[in-house]
Ligand binder design. Structure first.
Ligand SMILES: [Zn+2]
Length: 390
């Protein structure tokens, strides 16, 4: 059996506190955003107000697929032999990515054999969602308008599953069930990573996931992960300005986060923002976490930041970024190459009433171009496309 081992490294927290500012209670029973950039939590009354406000501007998803994000069949980067030695990522739509580290033993024959353990890198699945709806039930709730680039059964074998938080558009039981079952049937090991309070969900999901197959982390916790014969990565749980919850009654009870992945084969660094805001419109200062992340890791080769589901901004800006905010995150973390995500796939329950699905990629391109960063530092890709950290 392939050996997969997870070992704790010293925390990356530069200024540890006795009681971390994002904890409620010790041990924490729930979590909060500890920055002025969050402003205030909106109540149910606000939710009701914006859902039925006369200021809604509902624009249906265009019928013509040419106006929407393109979808292609993934190759997982196997078309290029040189890419075996690169950290690479394939977009699965919304915030989902299959990341693969550089390979220890590249092969000149890039065929099906390139999928064997000796000729591949470590595969890490981030926030992948293959379900039709991002809701607790399959008959109600936000439904995807862009298909997945492949079926779940076409997803290559995965070693690590990394989750940013438990919202339905990031943590999908159908996807988790599939990759877990597939690895067990093949006699391979798989390991799940999420922030504090989420372990119970994995153990209680009825999938047979074992205690020692899940690691939950606080912000700045850092881990070394070895996959025998394949390679090693460092994973660090980093802050994000967001929230969590899978029912109306568990808001904030589990922690949300972003992640840093360091590929020890290629020495490349990746930042996955998960779901985050940058600055509430009513706040005077931006979330300081991104500058800290940039300083602690000395910048990134590849980053994924959310750019959609930000309307109406007065309401959403404390939990989601608009493209102009995403560009600030790109600069704060000091990324060489940043991809926009969290758009083009499924509409938000509330922002659907206000946001044209074509707006986030257009605004992202516009604001990046204004600063000379469009397609020099900041990019978009097709669903199913593989990008590298080169
Ligand atoms: Zn979320």
């Amino acid at each position: 059996m392939a050996r997969l081992s997870v070992r704790s490294l010293p925390s990356k927290n530069l200024a540890p506190e006795k009681l971390p500012a994002h904890w409620n209670g010790n041990p924490p029973t729930s979590f909060k955003n500890p920055w002025l950039s969050f402003a205030k939590q909106h109540g149910l009354l606000d939710v009701f107000k914006i859902r039925f406000s006369s200021e809604r501007n509902f624009v249906p998803v265009p019928q013509d697929r040419n106006e929407l994000v393109k979808v292609r069949k993934p190759t997982w980067g196997r078309e290029s032999p040189a890419w075996q030695q690169e950290l690479k990522a394939t977009w699965l739509g919304h915030a989902g990515w299959l990341v693969e580290t550089a390979c220890l033993a590249p092969t000149t024959q890039v065929t099906a054999s390139a999928d064997s353990k000796e000729h591949r890198g470590i595969r890490i699945l981030f926030d992948a969602v293959f379900s039709e709806r991002t809701s607790p039930v399959n008959w109600f709730g936000p439904k995807r308008y862009t298909p997945t680039p492949c079926g779940l059964d076409e997803l290559p074998e995965v070693d690590l599953v990394v989750i940013s938080h438990n919202h339905y558009d990031h943590l999908d039981i159908a996807t988790i069930a599939h990759v877990y079952k597939k690895s067990k049937l093949a006699g391979r090991e798989i390991h799940f990573f999420a922030a504090l309070g989420n372990k119970q969900w994995f153990l209680g999901a009825g999938l047979g996931i074992l205690e020692n197959e899940v690691t939950e982390c606080d912000w700045w916790d850092s881990l070394n992960v070895d996959v025998e014969g394949v390679g090693s990565v460092k994973l660090t749980c980093t802050p994000a300005q967001h929230t969590s919850g899978r029912t109306p009654f568990d808001a904030g009870q589990t922690l949300w986060c972003s992640w840093v992945l360091e590929d020890l084969q290629s020495s490349k660094k990746l930042f996955f923002a998960g779901d985050t805001a940058y600055k509430a419109t009513s706040a005077e200062t931006a979330c300081p976490a991104f500058k800290q992340i940039g300083e602690v890791f000395g910048g990134f080769d590849l980053a994924m930041v959310p750019i959609g589901l930000y309307s109406p901004q007065w309401f959403m800006s404390n939990v989601h970024c608009c493209p102009e905010d995403s560009l600030e995150i790109h600069k704060d973390i000091r990324s060489r190459k940043t991809l926009g995500m969290h758009y083009g796939t499924v509409r938000g329950g509330l922002s659907a009433q206000y946001e044209d699905v074509r707006e986030p990629p257009r605004r992202w391109q516009e604001c990046c171009a204004k600063e000379g960063k469009w397609e020099t530092e900041c990019w978009l890709c097709d669903v199913g496309e593989t990008v590298t950290a080169a």
